[in-house]
Design a protein around this ligand. Structure first.
Ligand code: SF4
Length: 317
């Protein structure tokens, strides 16, 4: 069961005597929106304004809305702190309350792959579950390593699609990595940034996925995009205005680099980067300077490269 504890938010709203609060809820929890608003509004004197734009990470705090609505507090559900801001934010983490977990299948897989030293990583909602798995694996004499990466407010083992520091820190000590969580985005991020074997353990359906095949598929797709981009003469550099994804200097330098090499390069700014907004733009290739999900999701029929891939493509040329 997914635990959503808003006590901290209620206490802060009361303490601050907040009149207006802005609420941000991740996509998977939107069905709980009205229930959450009612809980806050009946237990406090605050009015809640909920931002309904899609929310994928704490890189996207509703700072503009806070100013516009002259709000006293931002309640951000589902993610941990990503960057410093002057606005007052209460982060409400989500946690699956899983009491016990059977790791027999996982142990068999690890043994079959000759993995004795295991690095554990997780999506923040599965931190407690990862700790249960750690206990079980240690009982079976595996060496287990978990590190805290990313920002100070991350929990141990926590990774994001754009931040695998927790894994990088332990990579030299381990034979393989087990990611605990659902979805493909986070373990794919680990896989493409690590030489080690990665298994994703989804505690919700007990599935264990070997990411070797995903990595092969990903690499093939990315080489395809690089090959397609080799013929490009015009480039659209995508910039997101979300503060945690905003990379103005990098985008400007990329434009300079491309122009120096004789290409046409254009800067395109958006809040949410979406394929529909780029339809009809006369560009041969896009460059992603924002969230890695944009490259991995493939925006449209035009190739889209991240900055590392752009450099590889330029070297090939
Ligand atoms: S930039 Fe992308 S991967 Fe990183 S926190 Fe934001 S949404 Fe998640």
């Amino acid at each position: 069961m997914l635990k959503l504890d808003i006590k901290k938010a209620i206490t802060e709203i009361k303490k601050k005597k907040a009149k207006t609060v802005v609420l941000q809820i991740p996509e998977g929890l939107k069905t709980k929106t009205t229930e959450l608003i009612e809980r806050i509004e009946t237990q406090t004197k605050a009015k809640v304004i909920t931002v309904m734009d899609p929310l994928w990470g704490a890189c996207d705090l509703a700072e503009e809305e806070m100013k516009l609505f002259k709000a006293d507090l931002l309640i951000h559900v589902g993610h941990t702190k990503f960057y410093d801001t002057k606005i007052k934010v209460i982060y409400i983490p989500l946690e699956y309350t899983i009491k016990e977990i059977n790791t027999d299948k996982l142990e068999r897989i690890l043994k079959n792959n000759k993995i004795k030293s295991v690095g554990l990583a997780c999506a923040v909602q599965f931190h407690n579950t990862m700790k249960l798995i750690e206990k079980e694996l240690k009982k079976k004499k595996f060496k287990v390593f978990i590190e805290k990466g990313g920002s100070k407010s991350f929990v141990s083992g926590q990774v994001l699609g754009c931040d695998q520091t927790a894994v990088k820190k332990i990579e030299k000590k381990i034979d393989g990595i087990v990611f605990v969580g659902d979805g493909l985005f986070h373990p794919l991020g680990i896989t493409i940034n690590s030489e080690k074997k990665v298994f994703a353990f989804n505690p919700l359906n007990r599935e264990i996925k070997d990411f070797e095949k995903e990595k092969e598929l990903y690499v093939r797709k990315r080489y395809g995009a690089i090959a397609k981009a080799k013929n490009a003469e015009s480039f659209g550099i995508l910039m997101s205005r979300k503060r945690g994804q905003f990379q103005k200097e990098i985008a400007l330098n990329t434009k300079k680099l491309l122009e120096k090499k004789g290409f046409k390069a254009f800067l395109f700014s958006m809040d949410l980067i979406k394929a529909e907004y780029l339809m009809g733009i006369n560009i041969d290739c896009f460059i992603d300077t924002a969230c890695p999900r944009i490259t991995e999701d493939n925006l449209n029929d035009k190739p889209i490269l991240n900055l590392k891939e752009l450099n590889e493509m330029l070297e090939l040329k």
